[in-house]
Design a binder for this molecule. Structure first.
Ligand code: ARG
Length: 456
């Protein structure tokens, strides 16, 4: 006996392997709340427009609410034979309220239904992720404020370049995550569009009220083209792209935390609760969270690529291939949320070794640019100044002399332009303080940016 809800035109029952192969219920059951919310809105619209009777809609809505409770409490029996969450809910509705349940799917297809469910799900998840980003940013700001006086080496090519405020470095990540948040807010606009009424692909002959369905579900807009509506997954791809960029930021940060916590750098110590030991080497404390966030970034990129490739050859409109959109999406949502939550907690517990950070700059060579700038301010052309300072650096390296500890006579040996003020100008603190412009690393500017952020 073939008892599928769509089995009318079939003579044979579905092959068991095919049933397994085509089912999405093992993962799309996650959408049940959205599926039910969408069905309730649809049922009410059918009654409002006289397509079903009010009493019928009442029964359907009540049945759907019962099903929601059954699933919430774990009583609901999901079965692979139901294929997907849409069929599972509908079948249960019919078993609960009888033939009236068979009216729910009037003027609707699973094609517009699944699009609605994903949009409802993603709207919620985007909102949740945005609030997690804000919390993470709050933790970055807190750490920046606590260490506002700490100066560290800034790097290019992973070679010491110029001194910067540690807080300035942290705020660089604040800015990255700010853009990530904006990208999600933008993606939200295109997710927040109501597709129901598009039917399988061509709309419906019933006198539906799409605006009413949209209003019930809190959508500002409805889709403008039924074919596009059932075959559009752009909003998912945009979300996966924005998430990939965010994970790239996380991965870069992870890399820095890993490097900074090596015994060679020793700039920071990650909290014990966020590290693991080695089963063989007793001295080890491994930065696993940071490593896994870096590692999971690959998977998140893979999810984006999966969907781009999935969609690229599909003719309009809906194709079953599109069922493959859900696992990459769910995986990205779950991974991103976990990374945000764990990082928010982890960075609160980072211990900073001021001594190690300061002693990393003990040779003073990180001040070389500022010595060149000093000469330029005394009318030496920049190229010439660069060359003079190059010779000073060589001298320091050969003699093992810290650049910021040279005597005035040593300075003067390289150029008559050096004056006693060089001794006051060339300190780590001074050169940071002097980078006092919008976007610069002076304490004044960094505090100003923190205030702006806090006023946002
Ligand atoms: N489970 C399907 C999906 O996730 C729902 C839509 C199926 N539509 C269909 N005509 N077979 O995409």
């Amino acid at each position: 006996m073939n008892n599928k809800l769509w089995s009318g035109r079939f003579k044979e029952t579905t092959n068991k392997l095919v049933e397994e192969f085509t089912a999405s219920i093992p993962f799309d059951w996650k959408l049940y709340k959205y599926d039910i919310a969408g069905s309730i809105a649809h049922a009410r619209m059918l009654a409002k427009k006289g397509i079903t009777k009010k009493a019928e809609a009442g029964k359907i809505v009540k049945g759907l609410k019962t099903i929601e409770k059954e699933i919430d409490s774990g009583k609901f029996r999901f079965s692979i034979e139901d294929e997907d969450i849409h069929m599972a809910v509908e079948r249960r509705l019919i078993s609960l309220i009888g033939d009236t349940g068979k009216k729910l799917h009037t003027a609707r297809s699973r094609n517009d239904q699944v699009s609605l469910d994903i949009r409802l799900y993603l709207r919620d998840e985007i909102k949740g992720i945005i609030s997690l980003i804000k919390k993470f940013q709050g933790a970055l700001i807190l750490l920046a404020k606590k260490n506002i006086n700490l100066i560290m080496p800034g790097y290019t090519h992973l070679q010491q370049a110029q001194p910067i405020l540690f807080s300035h470095h942290l705020l660089a990540y604040y800015e990255m995550f700010k853009r990530d948040k904006e990208r999600l807010e933008d993606c939200y606009k295109r997710t927040d569009v109501m597709p129901l009424g598009s039917g399988a692909l061509a709309g419906t002959t019933f006198p539906i009220d799409r605006g009413y369905v949209a209003r019930q579900l809190g959508f500002d807009n409805v889709t403008n083209n039924s074919l596009d509506a059932v075959s559009d997954r752009d909003f998912v791809i945009e979300f996966l792209a924005a998430s990939s960029i965010m994970m790239m930021h996380f991965s870069r940060m992870s890399e820095e935390l890993i490097i900074w916590s090596t015994s060679e750098f020793g700039f920071i110590e990650l909290p014990d609760a966020f590290c693991t030991g080695s089963s063989m080497m007793p001295q080890k404390k491994n930065p696993d969270v940071a490593e896994l966030v870096r590692g999971k970034t690959g998977r998140i990129y893979g999810n984006l690529l999966s969907l781009l490739v999935l969609m690229k050859g599909l003719p309009l409109s809906y194709n079953r291939d599109m069922q493959e959109d859900k696992e990459p999406l769910f995986d990205t949502v779950d991974t991103l949320k976990a990374a945000l939550m764990i990082y928010t907690e982890m960075i609160k517990g980072i211990k900073i070794s001021r001594n190690r950070i300061q002693s990393a700059m003990a040779d003073g060579l990180i001040l070389a640019t500022d010595v060149a700038d000093y000469l330029v301010k005394k009318a030496v052309p920049f190229r010439t100044a660069h060359e003079i300072v190059g010779r000073i650096v060589r001298y320091c390296l050969d003699k093992g002399r810290p650049l910021n500890k040279l005597a005035l006579s040593e300075w003067k040996g390289f150029s008559s332009k050096f004056d006693s003020d060089i001794l006051k100008m060339i300190t780590i603190e001074k050169v940071v303080e002097k980078r006092d412009h919008i976007g610069g690393t002076s304490k004044k500017q960094v505090l100003k940016r923190i205030r702006e952020i806090e006023d946002l």
